[in-house]
Design a protein around this ligand. Structure first.
Ligand code: C2O
Length: 481
């Protein structure tokens, strides 16, 4: 099947042009430029009144999808099954796959409600860390009674606080920002090698678990909050690309990958290449600026140049020039943080911290057992032996935080996972260069030759937690890309 998003088709999707080879950006077609400028705006749901037509349409669409017969692939359950069976996690397909999911969901909502202007709103958890009021109330189609989080309960700033997200947005490397390439032969549904980057491991995974219930499983799209959560992540990816001008990877294994799991507004299967998804936010929708993106808009690149930048990408593969391995297997639990130290070559660290931004210092946390009880997240600190659940968010030793989004049932039967006799293992990548740079003021790190890494498991929402953390192989590496 052909890619439905050639440049021309993008325009067909947004308006009726019928003219081939439009000189979009060159002023050859002024009305096309206008059409692109006026593409639908995905709004911040916190700025909408309870009776805003965007919310009403979303409610009506969810009801309509629930009412479709189950043989119709646009049926609400069937859409959630797509996620359960085929979602892409812990690898670099995560962002484009979920972006495509949202685009088609949005189109299905338009078609079923007749509201052609509908654009999916996003949940800005940075400024509004509680599930928005629009998702509560018995009888409200946007309500999901299975949630663990309660109305008004805020998610922890450790994984969604402004400084945490800003730090992730400052990450210049695609693999560390967005999750990286899976090893060949890995299951793309859930990659088990350490490829989970910071946007996925931190706000993404943790919000899933914080909301809990359906959201903590691969049937998470049963909860209508799912799509608005992913829309926020899409907003941040868009901001990272377009306003901050950080390039996506140019690896052809990524750009040429075909996403084939979705159906369009008429229920017909579609095939979309990843190379096409990178253009969605310039042709198909735009975002109302959120707290983090406002003020930084005014992108250096516009029009044709921006399109070219997005199409081209840049190399992202991390080449490790030095690795320092931590010694022991680390086990931890809530109230029992773990700490391990690594000897580093002071000289190597000094030069890494002074090098240009294409040198990163990466904490690779590999062979992490996926906990049976994923009722906690993990805070990571450097050189802070007394780090605890109450260490404040602006502590200079804070390096990152990660959680586990996983589904035992979805992985049963996946190769090598039958029966789950052994716990599956996953891994995370955390760029600790900013933390080390802060801590090295005055040469503290480079003179001691030692870095201590603390892992502090913390329960979500002050709930009771019983999970255990087992980390297999931890390395501090200096990498170039
Ligand atoms: Cu595939 Cu946030 O889920």
């Amino acid at each position: 099947m052909k890619d439905p998003f050639s440049r021309r088709d993008f325009l067909r999707g947004t308006a009726t042009f019928g003219v081939a080879n439009l000189a979009l950006w060159a002023g050859g077609c002024e009305s096309c430029v206008q059409q692109i400028k006026n593409r639908p705006t995905r709004r911040n749901i916190s700025n909408l009144a309870a009776n805003d037509p965007i919310i009403t349409t979303y409610q009506q669409a969810v009801t309509a999808m629930k009412n479709l017969p189950s043989r119709d692939p646009r049926n609400w359950e069937r859409q959630a099954d797509i996620h359960f069976n085929s979602c892409k996690h812990c690898n670099w397909l995560w962002l484009p796959w979920h972006r495509t999911y949202l685009l088609y969901l949005e189109r299905i909502c338009r078609k079923l409600t007749g509201d052609d202007k509908f654009a999916l709103p996003y949940w800005n958890w940075v400024t509004h860390p509680a599930i928005p009021d629009a998702f509560w109330g018995q009888g409200n189609p946007l309500f999901d009674p299975n949630r663990v989080a309660t109305q008004g309960e805020p998610a922890e700033s450790w994984y969604i606080g402004a400084s945490v997200i800003q730090n992730i947005l400052n990450e210049p490397n695609f693999d560390l920002f967005a999750s990286s390439k899976p090893q060949s032969g890995q299951d793309l549904h859930f990659s088990l090698n350490p490829t989970t980057g910071m946007l996925e491991g931190t706000p993404h995974n943790n919000i899933h678990n914080f909301v809990g219930g359906d959201m903590a499983q691969f049937h998470s799209p049963h909860d209508p909050i799912f799509y608005t959560h992913h829309n926020m992540l899409d907003c941040l990816w868009t901001h990272w690309n377009i306003n901050l001008n950080h390039p996506n990877t140019n690896d052809p294994d990524w750009t040429n990958f075909s996403i084939t799991d979705f159906v369009d507004e008429d229920g017909n299967p579609v095939t979309v290449s990843v190379a096409t998804t990178v253009l969605f936010p310039i042709f198909s929708y735009q975002f109302e600026p959120c707290s983090l993106t406002a003020g930084q808009v005014g992108a250096k690149l516009q029009g044709k140049q921006l399109e070219q930048f997005l199409r081209t990408g840049a190399p992202s593969k991390l080449e490790f020039v030095k690795r320092f391995e931590l010694k022991q297997l680390v086990k931890a639990a809530v109230d029992k943080p773990a700490i391990d130290a690594v000897e580093v070559q002071p000289e190597a660290f000094r030069s890494a911290l002074e090098a240009d931004t294409r040198t990163r210092v990466v904490l690779s946390i590999a062979e992490v057992e996926v906990p049976v009880q994923r009722d906690f997240f993990v805070r990571v600190f450097l050189n802070k032996p007394d780090a605890s659940a109450t260490t404040p968010i602006d502590d200079p030793h804070y390096a990152g935080s990660f959680g586990f989004f996983f589904d035992e049932a979805a992985l049963k039967g996946a190769e090598g996972q039958t029966g789950m006799v052994e716990r599956p293992k996953t891994g995370f990548l955390v760029d600790v260069r900013p933390t080390l740079t802060r801590l090295n003021q005055g040469g503290a790190i480079s003179s001691s030759g030692k870095v201590e890494v603390s892992f502090v498991p913390v329960p979500y929402g002050h709930r009771e937690a019983f999970g255990h953390l087992t980390l297999g192989r931890i390395e501090l590496g200096i990498a170039r890309f």
